[in-house]
Design a binder for this molecule. Sequence first.
Ligand code: FAD
Length: 430
Amino acid sequence: MDLIQCFAFILLSLFIASFVLQWRRRSFWRQPDQKRYPSAQENTTTVIIGAGVVGLCTAYHLAKAIDKKRHKVIVIEAASQVFAATSSTNTGILSYTGFQEELLPLAQYSYDLWEDLGKDTDFRRSCGYKENANFALKTGSGEGDGEPIPNWIHTKTDWHAIRDPPDSKMAIINPVALGQWLHKQCLNLKVEIRLNEKATSVDLDTTDGTMSLEVIDGEGNALNLQCNHLVLAAGPWSPALFKQLFPQSSAKIEAVISAGEWFVFENPESFTEKSIAGIYFNDIVGQKLEFAGRNDHTIWTTGEKSEVGEVPSVGDTPKPDPGKLAKLRAYADMFLKHPHTSGGKQKLRVLSHGRSYRPATWNSLPIIAGIPPYNLTTKERGHTKAKVFINSGHGAYGITLSMGSGKLMSQMILHKQLDLDVSRLGPSYI
Ligand SMILES: Cc1cc2nc3c(=O)[nH]c(=O)nc-3n(C[C@H](O)[C@H](O)[C@H](O)COP(=O)(O)OP(=O)(O)OC[C@H]3O[C@@H](n4cnc5c(N)ncnc54)[C@H](O)[C@@H]3O)c2cc1C
């Protein structure tokens, strides 16, 4: 081997060695269960706080849109199950109209996503989803407009039922079943759902620019989760949680929370296609009174709203107002059919009852926004690469709006073009 050949051989060896080294390094970063969290470009982790309908719809859309080898989605939930709070204790109406002007495009965008899902027979069956099954009862001629009334309510001859609203789209869904469906979809999409873990604080000052979120598990142990994106979807707890996590932030979420008492009864009648329906007695009784027949053989009812100053601590069972419960029970006894046995008329069987909270903001608009890093602390602008987002405050329409707001939030996280301009749906800054 002469000198030139020797030199060429050394060069070739160096080239091969550097190629092998680079390849090994790249495959190291690809390890799925690595404990280290390198920079956002190479490996990204998004943590969503709250496994209600808003948190799980966000996780669902995000997980559908990402490269799962490079981007991990984690949902942390303080309770021992998903849909532990308001998301499973609501009427389940999905509507297209009746929104304030600023919300209408989001409501229609979201409703269209539900409608698309509703084309799938499995989704309809498992979630008890049904279109055009919402009726308002009115006193009048008794003739109505020929709309079918389910077999689980007493009808009076002078009542008539009309589709509500008559010329618009409306659907109904069983929120409990929806929670199970979303949970399953998220697990299939490799979303990690961590139950019994409560977010308590955030450290934005990590050396690699990610965030370190402290969570307390069911046994009281503190754990740290490194993440690049953090999404607050903690429903009625979002305003207080944001303040707790970012005490120096200039962003303010002002909450206006209203509560509703509710009952779930066993449906005493046999299940038919007509059993799934929303029936509204507002005109008959002169106040809000809703019943919903569901695919799990239950009937849900809720009545008047009441404004409340604050919500109980996360995980605590809310205490219903006894007076409002008694009134609601009396209406249910009056309007629902009772079980009959050989011994005669029996009492309606109560499966559960309680109170739940609508997570609303001062202007009744949800917050679907990213918070710029320089608005998170009073420190130097942009000192962290960590991205914080809020998807919360959906008020009385959280089920309707969640599929749309979850999709828009996932587009925001991924820096994609948003399907809808939601720039007006942000927090206020001081
Ligand atoms: C009586 C009633 C009837 C309603 N009817 C309808 C209807 O017919 N149609 C409709 O569209 N909407 C309806 N709504 C509104 C809808 O139910 C809510 O807007 C929606 O469920 C809110 O969902 P969410 O995910 O924001 O909140 P939630 O369901 O409250 O979820 C938030 C989750 O965050 C968790 N969490 C909070 N803090 C932490 C923490 N620090 N760490 C970890 N986890 C945390 C909580 O445990 C909770 O599970 C109704 C509401 C009520 C009260």
